[in-house]
Design a protein around this ligand. Structure first.
Ligand code: NAI
Length: 263
């Protein structure tokens, strides 16, 4: 049981899948959470086993359905992780949905707001709380060293889209959540990070691909390309390997330089 265990929410596809593949290659046992698509989650697990084998590791994976917005489902996810692995070294809060209907801020609906906040903010907040309490016990018993909590926010945390107000606000709040947990858990040895992806090729951005192809060609991002899920996976891998040992509550921009202002 010397291998670290990482739980990744929303890992059946996209960025969560990219993170899973990176960690598999580092020899992490993985809890691959998914919302609905079991076949996609199992495919991710198979690909992770292959990536681990290629890197000379023998890992275990658990694919587990749970809606991160539901308290009962978060409890089930935690219990399943405890039963199967008995430890947790990293939590990756990755699951997220885009703004439902992408309505202008003056037309945005309360039920859509509540649904998005449950998945993109309330879920990560309370899952982090549950996992942090367990991590504290695992540190005390000497089971894990330097566990970490990483949340995947977005450039929408600092960039206004008036047709995705709920999404922008939830992502901005994840930044404060990272600082709050960072301070609360630092002395105990748990480090907390926010990764802020730019425009990443995934199912979420597929419907707006043509728009961003054009904007990127016109110079939207200093690095003139789309980001890939593997770009986020590499940032997570750096944290997983303890390459940022004196940083916590920190944001890591993985956005091709989008956040930089220039004249
Ligand atoms: P995606 O839509 O391809 O994948 C999202 C994953 O989250 C899916 O596996 C989905 O099943 C899962 N999910 C959704 N609701 C869930 C729930 N209630 N419970 C459990 N899992 C749930 O999106 P993508 O692009 O991979 O996004 C991953 C994260 O990265 C999201 O938090 C997103 O907001 C963020 N992000 C994405 C960017 C992009 O350009 N693609 C840019 C910045 C941030």
């Amino acid at each position: 049981m010397d291998r670290p265990t990482t739980l990744i929410t929303g890992a059946s596809r996209g960025i969560g899948r990219g993170i899973s593949l990176s960690l598999a290659a580092l020899g992490h046992d993985l809890v691959i959470n998914y919302a609905g698509n079991q076949e996609a989650a199992e495919q991710t697990a198979r690909d992770c086993h292959r990536a681990a084998t290629e890197a000379g590791h023998d890992i275990q994976t658990l694919t587990f359905q749970a809606n991160i917005g539901s308290p009962q489902d978060r409890d089930r996810l935690l219990e399943a992780t405890q039963d199967r692995f008995g430890r947790i070294d990293m939590l990756i809060n990755n699951a997220g949905i885009t703004s439902i209907g992408r309505q202008d801020i003056l037309e945005a609906k309360e039920e859509n707001f509540d649904q998005l906040m449950a998945v993109n903010l309330k879920g990560p907040f309370f899952l982090s709380q549950q996992i942090a309490k367990w991590m504290l016990k695992l540190i005390e018993s000497g089971t894990v060293n330097n566990p970490k909590i990483i949340s995947i926010s977005s450039i929408s945390a600092h960039t206004v889209s008036v047709n995705r107000a709920d999404y922008c606000m939830a992502k901005a709040a994840l930044g404060m959540m990272t600082k709050l947990y960072g301070v609360r858990l630092a002395a105990a040895g748990i480090r907390v990070y926010e990764i802020c992806p730019g425009i990443i090729a995934s199912d979420m951005t597929a419907p707006v691909k043509a728009k961003y192809d054009k904007l990127i060609a016109e110079g939207l991002t200093p690095m003139p390309r789309w980001g890939e899920p593997s770009d986020i996976g590499k940032a997570v891998a750096a944290i997983a390997q303890d390459l940022l040992p004196y940083s916590t509550g920190e944001v890591i921009n993985v956005d091709g330089g989008f956040h930089l202002r220039s004249l």
